[in-house]
Design a protein around this ligand. Structure first.
Ligand code: HEM
Length: 325
């Protein structure tokens, strides 16, 4: 008699596909076959994949580490070149496309870039000089002598800072001159020209405040003459137009504010130092960021209309328009 509780008994053979038990066995077969297939596939896939990965290691551009950093091929299509620039944190500061003629050295003289480079050199050497210099009447000049004669590489460090400062002033003038010659002060670049004028003023102020810091005779008299001119500032100088009427005296006018006193002395040295190392560099850096950003927003560096090289003009054009132009 068939036991209705026994799963193997009942309505026929255990291999039958009919009924509850037959269904279970069919499923088991399917799973077994599936697992077998998978194992078979793995047996063939694993060696192939391992081989591919070993091959990949031979070519570093195919490794996962490389492709996670450089996400686009550097082949010669305009799209990939643009993507290569845009997806890189450093390169994306540059425009993805530029007018070939605008970046010719004969057009820009590279003077803006050179001026910026000199500013970086000045910042770097300036920070190193700060390790040795104290802005006090007792120590300032001694520190300069110490740098010149005792500090390892001190002389070259000081001279790099000094020469870079001279060159930056020359660079900024030449840059302004070329901007003027190429008419780049005109619309839409007039705002950037004005930022440039401020940069020129701050570059000169950086040099002027640095002049006093060695506390030598040259600096002392340069700053004496320079700040004496401030006496004649309209309204704010005690010798300037309407200064006296506004109550200006040698003890409360703009010159007094610049020197921190009525003579060039310890306070003037300290004020020069703080303006030179902190105040002016910060303002100049912010202005430079605005200046460079503006160059991009105004359509890149100005320049003649784009021209094509002869071999480019002969080449068939790529892109969606090329086929049905
Ligand atoms: C610290 C000073 C300065 C720095 C670092 C600086 C940097 C630059 C750089 C890197 C460029 C890109 C083109 C090139 O290299 O020629 C540029 C463009 C420009 N700069 Fe300056 N610059 C400074 C001062 C000035 C001054 C004094 C002026 C004018 C008064 C000026 C006006 C301009 C203008 C109008 C452009 C756009 C030019 C164009 O599109 O052709 N800049 N500057």
């Amino acid at each position: 008699m068939a036991d209705s509780n026994n799963p193997t008994s009942g309505n026929g053979s255990s291999g039958s596909s009919n009924g509850k038990n037959g269904g279970k066995v069919g499923l088991l077969e399917k799973v077994t076959t599936g697992v077998k297939d998978d194992i078979q596939a793995l047996k063939t896939d694993i060696p192939t994949k391992a081989k591919e990965q070993i091959e990949g290691l031979k070519d570093p551009t195919k490794t996962q580490v490389y492709t996670s950093i450089f996400r686009h091929k550097h082949d010669d299509t305009p799209r990939n070149r643009a993507l290569g620039v845009l997806s890189n944190v450093f390169l994306h500061l540059h425009p993805a496309k530029i007018n070939r003629d605008a970046v010719r050295y004969s057009y820009t003289w590279g003077m803006g870039g050179i001026t910026f480079y000199l500013f970086i050199v000045l910042t770097y050497t300036g920070v190193l000089l700060m390790f040795y210099y104290h802005p006090s009447k007792v120590q300032a000049f001694r520190d300069v002598l110490y740098l010149e004669h005792d500090v390892p590489f001190g002389k070259i460090l000081r001279n790099m800072h000094r020469w870079a400062a001279h060159l930056m002033v020359i660079g900024v003038w030449l840059h302004m001159f070329r901007v003027f010659l190429t008419g780049s002060y005109k619309k839409p670049r007039e705002f950037n020209w004005n930022i440039g004028v401020l940069l020129l003023v701050f570059t000169l102020l950086l040099s002027f405040t640095g002049y006093l810091l060695p506390d030598d005779q040259l600096g002392f008299w340069a700053v004496t003459v320079g700040t004496n001119m401030a006496r004649a500032t309209p309204l704010l100088g005690h010798e300037g137009p309407f200064g006296a009427q506004l109550g200006m005296t040698p003890y409360n006018d703009v010159r007094f504010g610049l020197l921190g006193g009525s003579i060039v002395d310890a306070n003037a040295l300290l004020r020069s130092y703080i303006w030179h190392c902190i105040g002016i560099p910060i303002v100049a850096s912010v202005l430079m960021i605005v200046h460079f950003w503006r160059v991009r927003k105004d359509g890149g560096i100005s320049g003649p209309a784009p021209v094509m090289l002869t071999e480019e003009a002969d080449k068939p054009r790529r892109g969606p328009k090329a086929a049905g132009e």
